[in-house]
Design a protein around this ligand. Structure first.
Ligand SMILES: *Cc1c(COP(=O)(O)O)cnc(C)c1O
Length: 436
């Protein structure tokens, strides 16, 4: 063992969160047949399975087998209010009040549901502002919402992109666009942590700029939830969506989250509630006040919470893994996870820098406050070959066309040794594939 490897091992021994790794299923390396664990740096794409999920799911299946329809009220977590069992952990995770969050659907569905309410174009203010590079699904959602309102999806989509020669968006450039063109923008939709570059935005600062221009401010937190601390309520974000299968370890296609700021929930007086009722939204029985839900009235009375956007009764066998996973976040807490995450990613960056290769560069911001755990490596020569060489050495990390390798050491189950081992593989692969 080299001195550097011994150092990584020591950092792991001193890590106060080290025992959490044992509570996850670490996939064996697909490149070896000796059962060794993979170097799994892909939690930004699909988080690993908590071992507790299997027994928890079986318990839910037992409740169904044992209780039939009675499970709606007599299961251990009654199905009628199952989504409410996730509300407080989800609220703590994103820095919201409990009535501001709901787990439902998937991310893009939630984005559409919230844009129906919070993208209300007028002739003077018809546009949506996005930041690039933007995840395709968000662009599709924005363009199709524009079309639904009879707007031109090209002309009415405004963009802030990195400056030529730069890889990430400057906050001052977003502020500048809002100051200059904000009066024509109805809704701003940004990524909390950029999926491609790993850049983290200062949501408070940007929400303030959006509001000063008279715009609503929404965020996609797919790469932020469970990765960085969030304070959606205090930051005055108007609405937000996130998925639960990336950093939140709730399983492929897991139930997603939605946040609506209290000021949009009709919790003031009668007039405020009347405006809340009148807000355009897709309505379904699970958005109705639960106290009158079974009165089977024809009049929709939205509950004064984010649940008002919920259409259907909750999918128990999809929410059960999320319940396990969100409870784990609650148990450790984001502050402790973030502390380890900052150290882990700083260590990984240090190891990558030590390679000193010109075959690639890290484009994620170097300021820890401006990133989560992910580092994005822009590969200058033969990027696909480099990624294949990483995979052949047992590294699981993802590749985004045309030339970005994303590596995300997560504080829950990754080790300093994973980071050390990744950098060693990268050093050899870069020497072999990209030149020195
Ligand atoms: C992962 C991701 C999505 C995924 O959307 P689904 O509807 O859950 O499939 C959307 N937006 C961003 C930015 C993402 O990173």
């Amino acid at each position: 063992m080299s001195g550097d490897e011994e150092h990584a091992r020591r950092l792991d021994r001193e890590d106060p969160l080290r025992s959490w790794r044992e509570r996850f299923c670490i996939p064996p390396s697909p490149a070896h047949d000796d059962g060794r664990e993979s170097i799994y740096l892909c939690g930004n794409s699909l988080g690993l399975q908590p071992k507790a999920v299997r027994t928890f799911l079986e318990r839910e299946l037992d409740d169904w087998a044992r209780l039939g329809v009675e499970g709606h009220f007599h299961a251990e977590i009654p199905w009628y209010r199952y989504h409410e069992a996730l509300r407080e952990p989800a609220a703590r995770l994103v820095g919201a009040r409990p009535h501001e969050v709901v787990l439902m659907n998937s991310l893009t569905v939630n984005l559409h549901l919230l844009l129906i309410s919070f993208y209300r174009p007028t002739p003077a203010r018809p546009r949506i502002l996005l930041d690039g590079p933007c995840f395709p699904s968000d662009v599709y959602a924005a363009k199709s919402q524009l079309r639904l309102h009879g707007r031109d999806p090209e002309a009415d989509l405004a963009w802030v992109r990195p400056r030529p020669g730069e890889h990430t968006v400057r906050a001052e450039d977003i502020e500048e666009v809002l100051a200059r063109e904000g009066s024509s923008i109805a809704t701003v939709l940004l990524g909390g942590v950029n999926y491609l570059t790993g850049q983290r935005h200062d949501l408070r600062r940007l929400a303030r700029a959006a509001h000063a221009a008279g715009c609503l401010f929404g965020v996609d937190l797919a790469h932020a939830a469970g990765n960085v601390p969030l304070a959606l309520h205090d930051d005055e974000v108007d609405f937000a969506v996130w998925c639960s299968y990336k950093y939140l370890n709730s399983g492929a296609g897991a139930v997603a989250g939605a946040f609506v700021h209290e000021r949009h929930l009709g919790r003031g007086g009668e007039e405020d509630y009347a405006a809340f009722r009148a807000l355009p939204r897709c309505e379904g029985w699970w958005g109705n006040d639960p106290d009158t839900r079974f009165a089977m009235e024809e009049e929709f009375l939205p509950v004064r919470s984010a649940d008002a956007w919920q259409l259907s009764n909750p999918p128990i066998y999809a929410l059960a893994p999320a319940k396990v996973a969100y409870d784990m976040f609650d148990e450790v807490g984001m502050p402790a996870l973030r502390r380890k995450s900052e150290r882990l990613t700083a260590y990984l960056l240090e190891r990558i820098d030590a390679i000193g290769s010109e075959a690639f560069e890290v484009v994620t911001p170097r300021d820890p406050a401006q990133r989560g755990c992910q580092l994005s490596i822009l590969v200058h020569e033969r990027p696909r070959e480099l990624h294949a060489a990483l995979a052949a050495a047992g590294v699981v990390c993802d590749f985004r066309e045309p030339n970005v390798v994303r590596v995300a050491p997560t504080p829950f189950y990754n080790t300093f040794h994973d980071c050390w081992a990744f950098a060693e593989v990268l050093r050899q692969a870069a020497a072999a594939h990209g030149g020195a």
